[in-house]
Design a protein around this ligand. Structure first.
Ligand code: UDP
Length: 195
């Protein structure tokens, strides 16, 4: 599929269904694949943060989360067709995991949020395996301990909710260390699932 650059951020020109297909293609791979879902606010954030822009542009699947991105594309005739909300892609990913009996790890949010989200995800997707949860507030220096915790559980998917740009930078920094097929930055999605 083609890609489109909006204010220097490269997006995959995909529909929700195509994004889901790409995700399914990532599953079972040895090398970690990364999924980011920038909205207009995040694209603006990247204008003032070159490191963040590089991280986003090295994502394996980058979807336009927000009509503002699609509108910017239309104004500049860049050909990006569809808005692909990250939360909707996450839903399809959870459905896939439920069908295929895959495992996930939820990392991020205030203490208790990931656990509560896990309970609600489990109710909606009983066949999916939630192998671990961890809140997103930790002292610097604890990163390797957290990675050990995650890798011990060998999740198929790691969902990271540390807010933008922290979550994308974290995934990028530990890309070679994370023992999973897919890592995705999900912002406030765990709060949504926690209810
Ligand atoms: N968060 C976290 N650790 C941090 C900062 C934020 O776990 O150091 C969590 C926060 O609790 C929330 C999520 O990241 O669940 C998204 O945060 P925010 O709404 O600030 O980010 P955005 O929606 O802009 O991505």
């Amino acid at each position: 599929a083609s890609t489109v650059k909006i204010f220097g951020v490269r997006f995959d020109n995909v529909t929700l269904e195509e994004a889901n297909k790409k995700f399914i293609g990532f599953m079972g791979n040895e090398r970690l694949r990364t999924i980011y879902t920038p909205n207009p606010e995040i694209v603006m954030m990247a204008q003032e943060d070159d490191e963040f822009k590089v991280v986003l542009n090295e994502g394996d699947l980058v979807i336009p989360d927000g009509i503002g991105i699609v509108l910017a594309s239309k104004v500049h005739h860049l050909g990006l067709n569809d808005r692909v909300p990250g939360i909707e892609l996450m839903d399809l990913m959870l459905e896939y995991c439920n069908r295929a009996g895959k495992s996930i790890f939820l990392f991020g949010g205030k203490p208790g949020v990931a656990e509560m989200a896990a309970e609600n995800i489990k109710l909606a997707h009983p066949n999916l395996n939630i192998v671990g949860t961890r809140d997103g507030y930790f002292e610097t220096g604890k990163e390797l301990k957290i990675l050990d915790e995650i890798n011990e559980k060998k999740p198929d998917i790691l969902f990271v909710a540390l807010g933008a740009s922290k979550q994308e930078k974290w995934i990028h920094r530990y890309k070679k260390t994370i023992n999973a097929s897919v890592a995705m930055g999900v912002g406030g999605a765990l709060d949504v699932w926690a209810g």
